[in-house]
Design a protein around this ligand. Structure first.
Ligand SMILES: [Mn+2]
Length: 339
């Protein structure tokens, strides 16, 4: 962010404003952590702030301070539209194209509010008045920490803000193991612990809440795991019937794709999850090294994200989606074997 942009934002936030903070659809730990972290910061400056999520998110994120104040656009549309239409400032966090806000896209696009994007995904759109976009960052939560620092208010980061930001950094870095984790990330995290984030409690809240059904669903996913050694690729499928059998709840399949990526000599992993309600196959892609799943997904599965983690979807049925996926791989054989 330029010095001028920071100066303007500082000035803008000097007097109380009506502010809306928006994470992407199907929010993850980084999306909810960053929006709530920023929310707590803005309240300290007497702004009237509301986090509006496009839709609901997994229970393992619902321990965060003031999480119950988050509005869900899909079930609280009227109230949300009012807030958005009357907002002076809208922060969009952890996404960089308005269609990632799902059904909120139109109302966000037509809003006259000053828009501030804070995000670390590749190829940002240009809808925002001010853009803090940095693809080298581990997480949007790490960026919110730097944002508050750039505003000169690092000393105002309290234990509520720290807990939210810590959670997002931890989840988006795969517990500090992805290549995007830098020494700077660790310095930020160290400071958040000093400021009151309880790293052990936060880990328990997020990772040690497995239901028996989720473990059984993981067993099913691992049984369905297929390996294509010639492409250093592994993939998992879950049909709607299988999800139903193990009483699937939002968030249950989080992290499953990483089991495929953890196989010896595998650098490209995918999970294909049938979603009968929306008549699509939801896809998560992961890679190691320089094989870009962002580019792969943009080219073939209407998605995108980061070099090593991306999402996508398919309108074909599960069987045809897999056939399509396998038919694409030969054109990436060199890239996959040289990654
Ligand atoms: Mn993120």
């Amino acid at each position: 962010m330029t010095k001028d942009a920071i100066k303007n934002i500082k000035q803008l936030l000097e007097t109380p404003k009506q502010i809306v903070i928006v994470p992407h659809k199907n929010p993850d730990g980084d999306a909810i952590g960053s929006t709530l972290g920023l929310y707590h910061y803005l309240l300290k400056h007497n702004h009237i702030a509301t986090v509006i999520a496009p839709n609901d998110y997994p229970d393992f994120l619902k321990w965060m301070p003031e999480e119950s104040k988050v509005l869900k656009y899909d079930s609280q549309k009227e109230q949300s539209d009012n807030l958005i239409n009357n907002a002076d400032v809208i922060f969009t966090l952890d996404f960089n194209a308005l269609n990632r806000a799902g059904d909120m896209e139109d109302v966000l696009a037509t809003s006259k509010a000053v828009k501030i994007m804070i995000d670390h995904h590749q190829q940002p759109d240009s809808y925002a008045t001010y853009m803090y976009s940095d693809v080298s960052m581990s997480s949007t939560c790490e960026m919110v920490y730097h944002f508050i620092d750039m505003l000169g208010n690092k000393d105002q980061i309290d234990s509520d803000i720290s807990s939210c930001l810590y959670a997002g950094i931890m989840t988006d870095t795969g517990s500090f193991r992805f290549p995007s984790t830098t020494s700077k990330t660790h310095l930020v995290v160290a400071d958040l612990i000093d400021k009151g984030a309880n790293h052990s409690d936060i880990h328990n809240h997020i990772f040690d809440t497995n239901s028996y059904e989720r473990m059984q669903l993981l067993g099913c996913a691992l049984t369905n795991l297929k390996v294509l050694p010639e492409y250093r690729t592994a993939y998992i499928t879950l049909s709607q019937d299988e999800l139903n059998q193990f009483k699937f709840k939002k968030g249950d399949t989080e992290g499953f794709v990483n089991y495929a990526l953890s196989l010896n000599n595998i650098i490209f992993a995918a999970i294909f999850i049938e979603d009968s309600q929306n008549n699509i196959i939801k896809i998560s892609l992961r890679s190691k090294g320089n094989f870009s799943v962002n580019e792969f997904s943009r080219a073939h599965f209407e998605g995108g994200g980061h070099t090593n983690a991306a999402g996508g979807k398919s309108d074909l049925d599960l069987k045809l989606t897999i056939e399509n996926f396998i038919s694409i791989l030969p054109s990436y054989k060199n890239a996959l074997n040289n990654a």
